[in-house]
Design a protein around this ligand. Sequence first.
Ligand code: NAG
Ligand code: NAG
Ligand code: NAG
Ligand code: NAG
Ligand code: NAG
Ligand code: NAG
Ligand code: NAG
Ligand code: NAG
Ligand code: NAG
Ligand code: NAG
Ligand code: NAG
Length: 857
Amino acid sequence: MAFAPISILIFYVALLWLQHMRVSSALSRNNESDHLALLKFHESISNDPHQILSSWNASNHFCNWHGVTCSHKHQRVTELKLQGYGLRGTVSPHVGNLSFLRNLGLGSNYFHGEIPAELGRLFRLKNLSLWDNALTGEIPINLTSCIELRYLRLSENGFIGIIPNGLGSLRKLEMLHLDSNNLTGYIPASIWNLSSLKVLSVGYNNLEGSIPEEINQLENLIILAIHANKFSGAFPSSLYNMSSLTIISAANNQLNVTQLPHNMFSTLFNLQQFGIAGNQIAGFIPTSISNASSLQLFDIGGNYFVGKVPSLGNLKDLSLLDLELNNLGGSSNSDLDFITSLENCSQLEILSLASNNFGGILHNSIANLSTQLMYLYLGGNQLHGAIPASLGKYLNLIGLSLESNKFIGTIPTSFGKFHKLQILVLQGNQLSGEIPTCLGNLSQLVEIRISENKLQGKIPPIFGKMKHLSSLDLSKNNLSGVIPLQILSLSSLSKLLNLSHNSLNGSLPIEIGTLKALGTFDISENDLSGLQNISVLEYVNVSFNMLDGEVPKEGVFKNASAISVVGYGSFGSVYRGRIESEDKFVAIKVLNLQKKGGGKSFDFECNALKNIRHRNLVKILTCCSSIDYKGQEFKALVFEYMSNGSLDEWLHSLAESVDQPRTLDLDRRFNILYDVASALHYLHCECEQPIVHCDLKPRNILLDDDMVAHVSDFGLARLLSTFNGVPQKQSSTTGIKGTIGYAPPVLEMLTGRRPTDDIFKDGHDLHSYVRTACPNKLLEIVDSALLRKQTQQPSTAVAKEIIMEELIPMHPNEEKAIFSLFGIGLACSMESPKERLNMMDVTRELNQITKVFHSRQ
Ligand SMILES: *[C@@H]1O[C@H](CO)[C@@H](O)[C@H](O)[C@H]1NC(C)=O
Ligand SMILES: *[C@@H]1O[C@H](CO)[C@@H](O)[C@H](O)[C@H]1NC(C)=O
Ligand SMILES: *[C@@H]1O[C@H](CO)[C@@H](O)[C@H](O)[C@H]1NC(C)=O
Ligand SMILES: *[C@@H]1O[C@H](CO)[C@@H](O)[C@H](O)[C@H]1NC(C)=O
Ligand SMILES: *[C@@H]1O[C@H](CO)[C@@H](O)[C@H](O)[C@H]1NC(C)=O
Ligand SMILES: *[C@@H]1O[C@H](CO)[C@@H](O)[C@H](O)[C@H]1NC(C)=O
Ligand SMILES: *[C@@H]1O[C@H](CO)[C@@H](O)[C@H](O)[C@H]1NC(C)=O
Ligand SMILES: *[C@@H]1O[C@H](CO)[C@@H](O)[C@H](O)[C@H]1NC(C)=O
Ligand SMILES: *[C@@H]1O[C@H](CO)[C@@H](O)[C@H](O)[C@H]1NC(C)=O
Ligand SMILES: *[C@@H]1O[C@H](CO)[C@@H](O)[C@H](O)[C@H]1NC(C)=O
Ligand SMILES: *[C@@H]1O[C@H](CO)[C@@H](O)[C@H](O)[C@H]1NC(C)=O
């Protein structure tokens, strides 16, 4: 047995050697594996907008890579911190190999995917911060193996599922931030056992269940934030003597707290924030609140608190006091006595007492609050008397609302000192007097609401300087005078301009071009000349103008509610308006004239035009005149609205939709030509005084629901001539020249080419183009849309994208008809009007061609 000790010795030596080998190889392998793990981490990042990882290269030791910290001795990665660099990608599971990692901070990036369970291998990890990413999935149970964790922040991601019970075994956990995810279920009971916990933040999830009395085992808890969940049950009374608490945020749950106990705050000396808004808590505000002397934020809005507000003079650090939406006050003139106690709150910035029953007069003591005050909301109470001018001392005010009270008197001129004010709401009081011009100093205003008062006088021209103003509501007052141009040229107005229910007069200028993006525009119920009842609700890209004088006699515009631009003609813009009472659209053509004049002769001509009625003429409903803001005359005509647009759009439409190909077959073109010829025949021959169109072109030929053509803009030439003071000779049908090349647009309809087509130059025109092709090459110049005879409906869904077209040869009678039509077109477009075919003959010819055409089957 002599060898026995030796063999034992050898055994131990071997063991030692093996151990040494394992340790050293582990060391060398591991600092290389850190390197490899970092490379893998880098690989899984797909986007690095700030090139923050450019230092992660081979010529740079990984311990010097940006965001990486190593231990000095063994060069092991202890920290990986890349916060707020906009990195996109997934969190590589290889990070779980960085076995010396203590701090992993990847917050405020765009990491997606799940937290790899491999992170559970980081048993040295103290900090895990992945907040504000796009991570999903459940919180991995394996994280509960990271027993050194002190700080776990997974807020603002898309985590689902429950809070793992195992988190309660992380005995060193101090901060648990899980807020703003989509977590469900209960807070596991083990959490209430974590005496190390200082922060429990689970707001904005879908958690439910109750907060147990055991919460007071969290003897170091500083912050309890459980707001915006579905917690129910009673508010644990043990909470009330957790003197460590500095923040209780429990707003917006379904907590069944009938009332806060009177000694609620007796021992909460450290409480800095208390928020239980949006529950159903009734009763008085506990007087013990005065013991919570560290309170900075006190938010009990949206509950059912009643009675008097106790003295708050001990809360010297208070910066936010929100009592709104309760039933406080209502007893007497002493409702606001507590305001005096607020004089001690030298940090107060936000004070909201809105929507309670506070009554009485607003005393000057309201002006003894902190000069740091930024928001003062007193709306929705029973306050009466005058608005104290002393409010003007709050030079830092950003928001002021006194709406829906019973204030009387004028708007204090001291308001002109609120140079930072953005929101001014005085709506729903009994304020009188004029709008003080000093409000013009408030250049930061974004929203002004002073409707439903008794303001008088003119709207002062003070709004031009308010470059941020997006809502202005002065409706329901007694304001008079004209609407100042400064309002109408305020391009910032995007949400609301409501001047309705006043006594404003004058007319709206023709160009309100800058009010393009306005959401709601209401000028109804005023004495504006004409169109009193227009309230334009959908205000679409319009520089529209509202019309004058006699217009509403016919009631045409009563309740017109939407106006939009439908086109631009040579004389001005055309708008579409809707007459709500008749559920009918009209077209409003505002003539864009540079000249003054017209006057009576315009009205005379207008009335004459109104009386012209024919199936193929666009009916003129009314016309009117006014002066725009530049002092220029403008005129407007109101027509029937033609839903199918103009012939021009049909002939030259480039954007053919697959579902509704906008092409006109020969049949349709025939009918349209016939309609146009009938209209012209009527104008030339059957009117009391013959009317020459002078500008007949496809754009002036409009198509109704049934594709019946209506000629528009007839008589305009004569109407316009009234502006020159020289009434046109009524019978001189040969004296006027229309736009070059425009006779009844037969040739354009047959060739699909505009007379202004690029190919017509050097003395060539549409007329000569057709004449040259006559007779043998006529079919070559026919609009190809006419040749595409049959469009076959594809049978499969796949083929739907493709229109199946089959070119089939024309029927001889069709050819004949087209030839004859070309003949008419040529005859109508002769240079000399004398040589042109008269309309009587045109209709007769068309009748004959139609017969030939229809006998083709
Ligand atoms: C990380 O560790 C796992 C398991 O030990 C291994 O399969 C993987 O290759 C390692 N990754 C790297 C980059 O070394
Ligand atoms: C590697 O990173 C270092 C440090 O940021 C940098 O100076 C160097 O230019 C980089 N080298 C390459 C090849 O990108
Ligand atoms: C690993 O650590 C050793 C010292 O412990 C060091 O000499 C070696 O360079 C390190 N390797 C890497 C890749 O950093
Ligand atoms: C953990 O995070 C906290 C808060 O960001 C920080 O104060 C602390 O220094 C971090 N600890 C480690 C070990 O990185
Ligand atoms: C998760 O933890 C379990 C139990 O500790 C372990 O078996 C498993 O390997 C871990 N998963 C990963 C991916 O590390
Ligand atoms: C939360 O989860 C619910 C139910 O799964 C889902 O309907 C909801 O969209 C989710 N919300 C968010 C913000 O992910
Ligand atoms: C709380 O901790 C105690 C002892 O530390 C333990 O006995 C008990 O089971 C824990 N309760 C829960 C719900 O985890
Ligand atoms: C308040 O704290 C004391 C001791 O700190 C404790 O005895 C008492 O039960 C607590 N009260 C409630 C309601 O939890
Ligand atoms: C709220 O609590 C009171 C008293 O504890 C109880 O009577 C009432 O039923 C509870 N209401 C709800 C909705 O749980
Ligand atoms: C305020 O705290 C003191 C003890 O510090 C206590 O005696 C007193 O009753 C408390 N006051 C109220 C109103 O709870
Ligand atoms: C205001 O503070 C003073 C001194 O800090 C104190 O004596 C006074 O009682 C406080 N006022 C109110 C109304 O609490």
